[in-house]
Ligand binder design. Structure first.
Ligand code: AGP
Length: 607
């Protein structure tokens, strides 16, 4: 996730853009850049690292202009280097981009054949060249429309043209973009936090729309040139609220980001015709992956629990023996590995010291190492032989939410990839992938039920102990649910396989010890019913998360949260959502700072 900002008006654009970048820094940054039109030409300046590094490069000469665009980058394609930083230019065109272009490889190949040469590894530079190519035939506006029709993926773009010092064009599809409407000036940005200091009158572009902005006016059209009538809105947010898009905490915002984050993990990675996952990051090791006979997943905390789900997925669908291990244990054992073992490291931050040390150990023993990492260019991404990026955008809240469901999404793709290299049929591959495409929508359906989950959370916020129970694919999710409520609400909670209760833990159950039970209608549903009965018989209070097609569970006996149905392999992405909301609302009810829980750090870079 990157941040874009643009200005057109009468004021010094540079100052406004730099301030805007600062406000967008929370969206993640590894580099930044700015382009200013001085009336004659466009001057671009870029720098890696913090925005202050960019400021140091700005001189009286390159910082003049009343039209400009700027970008804070959080790498998705290509390393966080200066050359990969935005703005990107081609001929007269200069632009900044937030999003992911799915078909950029193909577009790039075609453009190279037409004589274009590229400086960066980014998908974004391709759009600049594409517009420049169209600009040979059309005017600025039509060349943008024509180029965009060829682009597949997510984008918020701000584009300027050397010959048009009084025009800023912005386009949006699946990436956020807001236009701030001032008095003879406009500030555009990825979110309102970069705008709110200048105006609280805003227009939100919808997917497939572009705006042509001059210092005095703006027009919104569709990509197909149909005029759009837009409603201007008044924002009542302060700066802090604007960063969180009006949500009270980053954690809640990130929970709500999930339909998009899951979509971004899938974007461009599905080959429906062949029922196969397209994982470009594994191309270099594709051959070796065909001959591996053992998978070991190493990770910590929340990422460990996604690994546990991965174990079930890979064993069931790829038929490869899989183990999951805490990285902190793996590094000190004498793990038995060989060249036919693949070690998959899962890490949101890509900097977790234990996971990094475990990778080094695995490499020393000759295993192939892969990373499932959210932060591009992070240590784990660099240390592993190959890997897949989440593209979930930066996670600000210490408690992981969207990175977790994004990891589950990537693991599903890996299971299909490894499965299709082996015995999985094309029909099965297609079935899983087509259901996976529906998951973002199903997640948004659960989020619509937030009020009900909040009510239940408030009812249970007084308890000091919880069991979280699940079976098969949902056992790891029970563990993750318990971890979430520990982190956020400081409540003692244990995640258990529901079948294990009778072997000891049930001794703790009474009316003061509630259980949260994951019981979707799946292959182990009947077994889970028995666990529910055993707990009820001991006066234990029960919150049940289940699908609407169950007939045996009634709300007069239990607190029930209904979730939509999907394939069993995909259910963990669905069941995780209500557990995140439960933890969030119990934590906030108890008055905790849920974004920065005590004793915890976002990135654990020490042992
Ligand atoms: C999750 O809510 C945690 N804060 C923590 O368990 C985290 O998942 C763990 O430290 C691993 O981090 P990583 O994914 O960045 O490697």
């Amino acid at each position: 996730m990157c941040g874009i900002v643009g200005y057109i008006g009468k004021k010094d654009a540079c100052e406004i853009l730099i301030k805007g970048l600062r406000r967008l820094e929370y969206r993640g940054y590894d580099s930044s850049g700015i382009a200013l039109h001085n009336g004659r030409k466009i001057n671009s300046t870029k720098s890696t690292g913090k925005i202050v590094n960019l400021e140091e490069k700005l001189t009286e000469k390159n910082s003049v202009g009343t039209l400009g665009i700027a970008h804070t980058r959080w790498a998705t394609h290509g390393k966080p280097t200066e050359v990969n930083s935005h703005p990107h230019s081609a001929g007269d065109i200069t632009l900044v981009h937030n999003g992911i272009i799915e078909n950029y490889q193909k577009l790039k190949e075609d453009l190279i054949k037409k004589g274009h040469s590229f400086l960066s590894d980014t998908d974004s530079e391709v759009i600049a060249h594409l517009i420049q190519e169209e600009n040979i035939k059309f005017d600025f506006e039509r060349s943008v429309q024509s180029a965009i029709k060829k682009v597949k993926g997510a984008y918020a773009l701000a584009i300027i043209h050397k010959e048009h010092p009084d025009k800023l064009i912005v386009v949006r599809n699946s990436s956020p973009l807001v236009i701030g409407v001032g008095n003879n000036e406009f500030v555009i940005a990825s979110d309102a936090s970069a705008i709110i200091a200048y105006t609280n009158k805003v227009v939100y572009l919808d997917d497939g729309e572009l705006a042509i902005i001059t210092p005095t006016d703006y027009v919104v059209k569709t990509i197909s040139n149909k005029l759009q009538k837009k409603q201007e809105q008044q924002l009542e947010w302060n700066d802090e609220q604007a960063k969180k898009e009006g949500y009270e905490h980053f954690m809640l915002k990130e929970i709500h980001d999930q339909p998009h984050a899951i979509q971004d993990a899938i974007r461009g990675r599905i080959d429906m015709e062949n029922g196969m996952a397209i994982l470009g990051g594994l191309t270099s090791v594709d051959k070796r992956l065909r001959s591996i006979n053992r998978v070991i997943i190493i990770s910590c905390g929340t990422s460990y629990f996604s690994g546990l789900v991965g174990e079930y997925m890979i064993e069931e669908y790829a038929g490869i023996p899989t183990e999951v291990e805490y990285a902190s244990e793996f590094r000190y054992r004498k793990p038995l590995l060989d060249k036919n073992t693949v070690v998959i490291a899962i890490s949101q931050s890509g900097e977790t010291a234990d996971t990094l040390a475990a990778i080094k150990e695995a490499k020393n023993k000759g295993a192939l190492t892969l990373g499932v990492v959210n932060v591009v260019g992070s240590s784990i991404a660099r240390e592993t032989d190959a890997g897949i990026y989440n593209h979930a955008g930066p996670e600000v809240s210490v408690a992981s939410t969207k990175a977790f469901t994004s990891q589950l999404t990537i693991l599903t793709l890996i299971a299909v990839y490894l499965g299709r290299q082996r015995d999985m049929s094309m029909i099965m591959g297609r079935r899983i992938l087509s259901e996976l495409q529906k998951v973002p929508f199903l997640v948004s359906k659960i989020l619509e039920n937030e009020e009900k989950i909040k009510k239940i959370a408030y009812k249970y916020a007084k308890f000091e102990n919880f069991f979280y129970l699940g079976r098969k694919y949902n056992y790891p999710i029970a563990c993750e649910g318990a971890l979430k409520i520990k982190e956020i609400a400081y409540i003692h909670a244990e995640g258990y396989p529901s079948g294990e209760m009778k072997h000891g833990p049930i001794a703790l159950i009474d009316k003061h010890f509630p259980s949260v039970i994951l019981a979707p209608k799946d292959s182990v549903y009947e077994k889970t019913l028995s666990a529910i009965e055993e707990i009820r018989a001991r006066e234990g209070k029960v919150v049940i998360i289940t699908t609407k097609d169950v007939t045996e569970l009634h709300s007069d006996k239990y607190d029930i949260i209904y979730i939509p149905k999907t394939l069993e392999i995909l259910m963990p992405i669905i069941t995780a959502i209500p557990l995140q909301l439960l933890a969030y609302y119990v934590g906030t009810k108890r008055g905790h700072d849920v974004d920065q829980p005590k004793n915890l750090a976002k990135s654990v870079t020490v042992e």
